[in-house]
Design a protein around this ligand. Structure first.
Ligand code: FHN
Length: 458
């Protein structure tokens, strides 16, 4: 009633909140689920899955979702892929099951990539899954409903750059003949198209994350980034927004520059892992082969061992791992991805307690082959490979009389500690047989204790 009274008396409403100067405790509360999650699925899916890396019978180099640009496909020719996009084997519940069974706690899917095609029924566009394809179903709606059923959070990747909208097309693009360095009508695209679509996504699907991209174009300014951040937070105060909403990202290293205040809740290293740790939140996004969008010609798959080691290394350094799948034009996640995700799920089934809810500890590594995570009162020494008959750790001193366990193994392990040799954990002879071990590729040891002071490590 007071607010109403003040409006009646003064005729003005409270000024819009500036979310850029959020108190730390509010920020920490908003980020908590994301920090606990540590592991998510990235999905790049759109019209580019139709050509799948081949155009006019010729393989096209580069990442699959860039084929419109890489092959210099005119807009009108690229639009023809919409009539061919009919992913009849798409099953949102199956995609969510694959992600959840892998141990992934959230999914980020491309609502619109650089090619400008929208995977939902947009009110400001006919270039979308409902109006332009024979499929006629709202992909994002089905995925949002399936994710909610399984307590998996859903977020959207949304490209600021747009190769389809005439007010946003980049001048270097083949069908946009101009000598201008940037599109003079871009502000009109932002006002009449980008903002309305972002509002549709937030109001219509209540995403947990908005993952902007394409912010590097000259038309997108720091002021636009700040405004977009506040706009999205005003629609959904608890949503998380990556640092690509603004201009502060330091290239593929992904962290936000500190020369001035930039918007964005977390850094976004791409195809790489931070060398060390950061006081800022960060999420490393990576492909499983060499492309984000599906390419029929790309079989350069990372092994499950590499993917698990990446997850452990990232968590130990305080980051999240956003691992990509690029579904086919039929709507299937490639079998090679499904198999690797199943192996990651087997590993997370046994070792997830060392990853979920982990926070930075005094040390993140112990030589090349061991990473540390800290969850509550427990320290986990995670050996990237089987340590043999003994594991020597230099940075952790167990509490006297405490138990040390190998996750997934039902017996406490024998150990010794002294200031000279540090912690020596003895592994049972029975576990020297690989088939007898609870996990493959990496092995987590739960220790209650504290850091050994003095010899660095971060
Ligand atoms: O150009 C995009 C690319 O297609 C892909 O979406 C990656 C994923 O983060 N982001 C941009 C390249 O940095």
């Amino acid at each position: 009633m007071l607010l109403v009274a003040s409006v009646l008396v003064t005729g003005c409403t409270a000024p819009p909140r500036d979310y850029l100067n959020e108190p730390q405790d509010e920020f920490d509360a908003r980020m908590e689920w994301w920090r606990d999650a540590r592991f998510g699925m990235f999905i790049h899916w759109g019209l580019y899955a139709v050509p799948a890396g081949v155009y006019q019978n010729e393989p096209v180099g580069g990442i699959g979702e860039w084929i419109m640009n890489s092959a210099q496909i005119p807009v009108s020719d690229y639009e023809s892929f919409a009539a061919q996009f009919n992913p009849v084997r798409f099953d949102a519940a199956e995609w969510v099951r694959i992600a959840k069974d892998a141990g992934m706690k959230y999914i980020i899917i491309t609502s619109k990539h650089h090619d400008g095609f929208s995977l939902w029924d947009s009110d400001v566009s006919q270039y979308d899954i409902i109006d332009a394809t024979p499929f006629g179903r709202d992909i994002l709606r089905e995925l949002a409903d399936a994710a909610a059923q399984e307590d998996v959070r859903l977020g959207f990747y949304h490209s600021i750059m747009d190769w389809h909208h005439p007010d946003a097309q980049a001048p270097h693009f083949p069908t946009y003949n101009t000598s201008e360095k940037s599109n003079p009508n871009f502000p009109r695209y932002v006002e009449n198209y980008l903002r309305p679509q972002v509002r549709e996504l937030v109001d219509g699907y209540d995403p947990a994350v908005l993952w902007f991209d394409g912010e590097w174009i000259p038309e997108w300014t720091h002021e636009m980034g700040l405004e977009m951040y506040n706009f999205v937070r005003s629609l959904s105060p608890n949503i998380l927004i990556n640092n690509r909403v603004d201009k502060g990202r330091r290239g593929m290293q992904g962290m936000t520059r500190t020369d001035q205040q930039y918007a964005g809740d977390f850094g976004t290293p791409e195809q790489e892992i931070l060398e060390g740790t950061s006081t800022l939140d960060w999420e490393s996004c990576m492909t499983m082969n060499d492309t984000w969008g599906f390419k029929s010609t790309d079989d350069n798959w990372k092994s499950a061992e590499t993917l698990i080691h990446n997850l452990v290394d990232i968590a130990a350094k305080g980051g999240n791992y956003l691992l990509n799948v690029g579904p086919t034009a039929e709507g299937l996640i490639p079998q090679a991805s499904v198999e690797r995700l199943a192996e990651m799920g087997d590993w997370m089934e046994v070792n997830g307690e060392a990853i979920y809810g982990s926070r930075l500890w005094t040390y993140y590594e112990d030589g090349e082959a061991v990473r540390y995570t800290n969850v509550g009162d427990n320290i986990y020494g995670i050996s990237l490979g089987w340590p043999g008959r003994q594991l020597a750790l230099r940075h952790v001193q167990p509490d006297d009389g405490s138990e040390i366990r190998l996750l997934g193994y039902d017996q406490p392990l024998t150990w010794s500690y002294d200031a000279t040799d540090g912690l020596i954990i003895t592994l049972p002879e029975t576990l020297q047989d690989e088939a007898a071990r609870p996990s493959k590729y990496a092995h987590a040891f739960r220790i209650s204790g504290g850091p050994v002071e003095g010899d660095g490590g971060l």
